[in-house]
Design a protein around this ligand. Structure first.
Ligand code: DGL
Length: 230
């Protein structure tokens, strides 16, 4: 059984995406709603939570686990090897897709406070393409809205939060924006009005796509069971 975890709704979106791509894979999902949001936690708190998430998924036999959370993915390299080796980070595939898309070599990143603090996107980008300019902006308010069920593009609070995100990029002038939190693709509709002529890269889509390529034929061809763990 393939495992997926996140702090909340972003992970659910990843499960839907994974199930759409691999309808016969058996998938277990652990959404750590009790400890959400992750983006405001310290590094030490997050490392403890990630290990608990992985342990929970291992109890149902998950060997390959998708960290459907950019905040958690930013810390996978700091986990003990037994955890690190079973977790798939969605950061590198997201960066790769963004690099394929950008023409003007300016890439924006919207992420949680913790992800921005880690500079994981900027660092990955620097390694892969040192000529690319990256600007990372925290958008923790979007997580709060998503967890509260507010994602409608016409909602006044959603519009205000998206406008503030756009203003934070100022005159940076990117042509590509990474939705570097798995909750944020839920706001694609709302964000698109405030980022004209900018291509979005979904960390969910990029991460899930790359993850499917790492799975065995047996993992891809189960009975299509979906299990949500508490
Ligand atoms: N969806 C998660 C991420 O991709 C975490 C959001 C949060 O709980 O702050 O970073």
């Amino acid at each position: 059984m393939v495992g997926v975890f996140d702090s909340g709704r972003g992970g659910a979106l990843a499960v839907t995406t994974l199930h759409r791509k691999l309808p016969r894979a058996d998938i277990a999902f652990f959404g750590d709603f009790q400890n959400a949001p992750y983006g405001t936690k310290t590094e030490a708190q997050l490392i403890t939570l990630i290990q608990k998430d992985v342990d929970r998924l291992k109890t149902v036999g998950s060997v390959h686990i998708l960290s459907a959370c950019c905040t958690a993915s930013s810390l996978i390299h700091k986990l003990p090897p037994s955890y690190r080796d079973s977790c798939f980070s969605i950061i590198p595939p997201t960066v790769n897709v963004a690099l394929q898309k950008t023409k003007n070599r300016r890439i924006g990143v919207l992420a949680t406070l913790a992800t921005v603090r880690s500079h994981v996107f900027q660092n990955e980008m620097q390694k892969a393409a040192p000529d690319v300019l990256t600007l990372e902006i925290p958008a923790q308010s979007l997580v709060t809205l998503a967890e509260g069920g507010k994602t409608d593009k016409d909602d006044v609070d959603v519009k205000r939060a998206c406008r503030l995100c756009a203003m934070a990029f100022g005159t940076f002038g990117m042509d590509t924006l990474i939705l570097g939190c798995t909750h944020f693709p839920l706001f694609s509709g709302a964000l698109s009005s405030f980022f004209p002529n900018v291509s979005f890269v979904s960390s969910v889509e990029a991460g899930v796509c790359a993850f499917t390529e790492t799975l065995s034929e047996d993992e891809k061809n189960g009975s299509g069971k979906l299990r949500s763990l508490s």
